[in-house]
Write a protein that binds this ligand. Structure first.
Ligand SMILES: [Zn+2]
Length: 109
């Protein structure tokens, strides 16, 4: 369907018109319904964000996940780097000794 300037202007005043709607995504542009994905429970059977905004949002979500995953890997490698087997054993001995000590003093029953 051809969207004329007049239709577009009047549609802007009523965002949920029959020819399209204002995108609720990043672009905020008025776009015809054909630029929106179909969504059964959405307004007028369409998504509130245009296809462009949805694909952008998906990309940024993916990159966020990737970054998060990288961060987690970095933290994990740092922890493993610090907590070598020897250090873990040392720590375990210290904890065990402290517990035995506390038991001896009758602080732990
Ligand atoms: Zn958009």
């Amino acid at each position: 369907m051809e969207v004329t300037a007049k239709q577009q202007t009047s549609a802007l005043n009523q965002p949920n018109s029959s020819i399209g709607r204002n995108c609720s995504g990043v672009c905020k542009k008025f776009k015809p319904w054909s630029d929106f994905d179909k969504k059964s429970n959405g307004l007028n059977g369409h998504d509130s964000r245009c296809k462009v905004c949805i694909s952008k949002a998906k990309k940024s979500y993916k990159s966020k996940i990737k970054k998060h995953y990288r961060d987690a890997q970095t933290i994990e490698s740092k922890i493993i780097g610090v907590a070598s087997q020897e250090k873990v054993e040392q720590l375990a001995k210290i904890i065990a000794t402290s517990i035995i000590d506390l038991c001896d003093k009758g602080l732990i029953k």
